[in-house]
Design a protein around this ligand. Structure first.
Ligand code: PMP
Length: 421
């Protein structure tokens, strides 16, 4: 292992991140399980990329068959992207029936920002004060974890991210108003500095903000303000999308709002690099008139086949219902643990995207949360942290996660809390 880490640091750079103090050196995966190079088995409770389960045979078969038939760049006509795009956009309401296929969530958000500019003629962007949307030069201006070289530019303004334990505005109910107030201030600043408002971009599950519990309508006032200022709404569904949250296919359906643009990525093709931007025809037209855009790999025949297989498996294996059922069951198990471990301050989530926020002595228990992640890893269960203080255990497994997996997760959490807390 030491040799591999040395090679990795030399080749990929010393700051190339790995999870865990003792990184997991993987060899293979199947369903909700992973095996390392020593043959040790891990329950994967974190990986949202292999959405339908690691190495799902139907996705593997679709990739292999298409790769053996044809793969090429995207300037030829091919049925794959059309069949997939029609099936995917059928999952959306609000005239969201046009699509650009790309290769990563970052690219999708980059395209979405440019669509908003082209549609509105403005350049200002509003997001939250604790977020991540990807890593192109334009998109990384939105991220809060690291100040970019040269600092943040003044076309990005932020509203206070909702939070279960420390809600802006003082109460959980009051934070929709606090968020709208923040958006109002941001709009005034962008109008004063000449940018104007092109878009509000948010993950509708506020995944990177710590996935707080929000009611339907949470964004309504903020959205009305953005629209009145001439801006449009981008829903970044890279994390909650494709039925993970159990109650709905998309996060924006849960909050019950109508985005103008939706961006998709991670789970879309079970690990094959596929992402997309879904929008209305007039926004796509404005984008194509405003920018020359071409993506060599986006929606190529193999990518389209992989994504189509994922969509079919979600349907055929009832994975949205599974996420709802097993997610609710697992949250129930975590709530039972909460009655026995007072460090568990909050248990929350929807479908197979849930977790537990840890506090001790009236403060976020960041170090304890980190120790839990390490302890779980050493006990063969992989999960990670999230939130402003990284004090929330984030659990977001493949959507093939079953009740027996949830039982193993809860038993291991019980043992780990016993050892660490
Ligand atoms: N949006 C969100 C909400 C994300 O969490 C991420 C990645 N963590 C991205 C976009 C970027 O996706 P990618 O890494 O595929 O570029």
């Amino acid at each position: 292992m030491a040799d591999v880490l040395t090679r990795r640091a030399r080749l990929l750079g010393p700051h190339m991140t790995t999870f865990y103090r003792e990184p997991v050196h993987l060899a293979r995966g199947e369903g909700t399980y992973l095996w390392d190079t020593d043959g040790r088995k891990y329950l994967d409770c974190y990986n949202n990329v292999p959405h339908v389960g690691h190495c799902h045979p139907r996705v593997v078969e679709a990739i292999a068959t298409q790769a053996a038939t044809l793969n090429t760049h995207t300037r030829y006509v091919h049925d794959g992207i059309l069949e997939y795009g029609e099936a995917l956009t059928a999952k959306f309401d609000h005239d969201l029936d046009s699509m650009v296929m790309v290769c990563s969530g970052s690219e999708a958000n980059d395209v979405a920002l440019r669509m908003a500019q082209a549609m509105t003629g403005k350049t200002g962007v509003i997001t939250t004060d604790n977020t991540y949307h990807g890593n192109t030069a334009a998109v990384s201006q939105l991220n809060t974890s690291k100040v970019p070289i040269g600092g943040f530019q003044d076309h990005v303004k932020r509203a206070p991210a909702p939070d279960n334990m420390m809600p802006p505005g003082g109460t959980r109910e009051g934070q929709a108003k606090a968020f709208a107030e923040g958006v109002k201030t941001a709009i005034a600043e962008l109008e004063a500095n000449g940018h104007g408002v092109s878009a509000l971009i948010v993950c509708p599950y506020f995944a990177n903000e710590g996935f707080p519990t929000l009611e339907e309508g949470f964004l309504d006032d903020a959205i009305a303000l953005v629209r009145a200022a001439g801006g449009i709404i981008i829903a970044d569904e890279v994390q909650p999308g494709f039925g993970r949250i159990g109650s709905h296919w998309w996060g924006h359906q849960k909050l019950n709002f109508a985005p103008d643009i939706v961006t998709l990525g991670k789970p879309m093709a079970n690990g094959h690099p596929v992402a997309a931007v879904i929008t209305r025809p007039e926004i796509l037209t404005a984008f194509q008139e405003g920018f020359k855009y071409f993506n060599t790999f986006g929606g190529n025949p193999v990518s389209a086949a992989a994504a189509m297989a994922v969509l079919n498996v979600i349907e055929d294996e009832n994975l949205v219902e599974n996420a709802k059922d097993v997610g609710a069951y697992a949250v129930g198990l975590l709530k039972e643990l909460q009655t026995r471990y007072d460090v568990i301050a909050d248990v929350r989530g929807s479908g197979l995207f849930f977790g537990a926020e840890l506090w001790r002595d009236g403060k976020p228990a960041t170090a304890l949360c980190d120790a839990m992640v390490e302890e779980m890893r050493n006990r063969g269960v992989l999960l990670h942290t999230e939130g402003r203080f990284d004090n929330t255990l984030k659990i977001r497994p493949p959507c093939a996660f079953g009740r027996a997996d949830a039982d193993l997760l809860a038993e291991t959490l019980d043992a780990a809390f016993g050892a660490v807390a």
